[in-house]
Design a protein around this ligand. Structure first.
Ligand SMILES: Cc1cc2nc3c(=O)[nH]c(=O)nc-3n(C[C@H](O)[C@H](O)[C@H](O)COP(=O)(O)OP(=O)(O)OC[C@H]3O[C@@H](n4cnc5c(N)ncnc54)[C@H](O)[C@@H]3O)c2cc1C
Length: 338
């Protein structure tokens, strides 16, 4: 499906991309986001929606999902579209403009801001084939609404931050919580591990180190239990389960970006202080960029997004200044335009 040409198309709807979308609107440029995931927010939505963030300027403490909501609201005031479930697989250039190509759609654009973070990513799936048919029907690798698991017997598989965070968050909300991991070496934050271990000692959570999924037991078309294999003893045991949450991390891939004539080193785009990528009209911002002193933080991504968009605006409309002036003076917000 072809879309109308935009001044700026932003690849990636993480915090850098969402702020870039707002900034493009503020500069009077037509813009859009194209993102591979099913909803905006990038890593914040996919990896840690329920975690607090403490280092975004002006916000002493904010849940990742709430920051995404605010960024989305800020960007939405200009009505620019966010196209989800659209993974960019190719870049074409002809007739004086670019076209970003996904499996189903084509997005013509006069300039590009690549805010692709760590690349298009998806949850690592359980390797056991017995799990395949239950994805979306009892096995979920993303949690967007923890209240959906109220009263359910939840089994979490994994040993990292997400596994332990959800074991902590769902305790008391779910009917029961069990955490299964292949070893007793956990990669999660020490305080969360200690919290879950204390809950296990108190009988409030079941902890199964050195176990892995062996089989999914179902009755009447729904999961009722899991068979776990004890990796050391080679025995199996059955535990009750209504819901299984594999938290095995994500696999990410910057994919075709590397072949677009950008300066790419170790899966990152080398940019200069104007966020230029080496290909005229293509800028970058956020975690995908690298330069001396680079910090991969939300706060730095915001600044880079502003720089990238201002450069893109000037590239598309050379008579428009790079410097936007102060938002507090802009007519677009009903203020006195300077
Ligand atoms: C557990 C955890 C906790 C963190 N805590 C903090 C914190 O407290 N403070 C802080 O500042 N930072 C924190 N970070 C880091 C922060 O999340 C990142 O710096 C930030 O998400 C980078 O934003 P981004 O917009 O550059 O990229 P991302 O958030 O990675 O978003 C990139 C988006 O691009 C999309 N994309 C990629 N390739 C394509 C493609 N080919 N086509 C279409 N879409 C594509 C992806 O789907 C994704 O939505 C944390 C990270 C993690 C994992």
């Amino acid at each position: 499906m072809p879309h109308e040409i935009r001044d700026i198309t932003i690849i990636g709807g993480g915090p850098a991309g969402l702020f870039a979308l707002f900034y493009a609107g503020m500069r009077g440029a037509s813009a859009q986001i194209v993102d591979a995931l099913q909803e905006p927010g990038g890593q914040l939505t996919a990896l840690y929606p329920e975690k607090y963030i403490f280092d975004v300027g002006g916000l002493p403490k904010i849940l990742a999902k709430d920051l995404v909501r605010s960024l989305t609201e800020q960007a939405a005031q200009f009505g620019s579209p966010v196209h989800c479930n659209q993974r960019v697989v190719a870049l074409e250039e002809s007739g004086g403009h670019f076209t970003l190509v996904t499996a189903t759609d084509r997005f013509p654009t006069r300039s590009i801001v690549v805010a692709a973070g760590i690349g298009a990513f998806e949850p690592r799936r359980l390797p056991q084939s017995c799990a395949d048919q239950w994805y979306g029907r009892g096995i979920y690798d993303r949690v967007s609404d923890p209240s959906a698991f109220a009263g359910q017997r939840v089994v979490i598989i994994g040993g990292g931050d997400s596994a332990f965070d959800w074991a902590h968050q769902l305790r008391g909300r779910a009917a029961s919580v069990a955490l299964v991991h292949r070893s007793d070496r956990y990669r999660a934050h020490a305080s969360t591990v200690a919290d879950v271990q204390a809950a296990a000692a108190a009988g409030e959570t079941a902890l199964h180190p050195f176990h892995e999924l062996h089989d999914v037991i179902a009755e009447d078309g729904r999961i009722v239990a899991l068979d776990l294999k004890d990796i050391k003893a080679k025995s199996t045991r059955r535990i009750p389960a209504d819901v299984v949450l594999p938290m095995l991390g994500f696999v990410s891939d910057i994919g075709p970006l590397a072949a677009w004539g950008l300066r790419v080193e170790q899966d990152e785009i080398v940019v200069n202080s104007q966020m230029e990528t080496g290909r005229p009209g293509v800028y970058a911002a956020g975690d995908i960029t690298t330069y001396p002193g680079k910090l991969k933080l939300i706060a730095t991504g915001f600044g880079e997004a502003a720089t990238a968009v201002n450069q893109a605006v000037h590239h598309v409309y050379p008579d428009k200044k790079v410097n936007p002036g102060h938002s507090s003076n802009l007519a677009i917000f009903g203020q006195k335009d300077d």
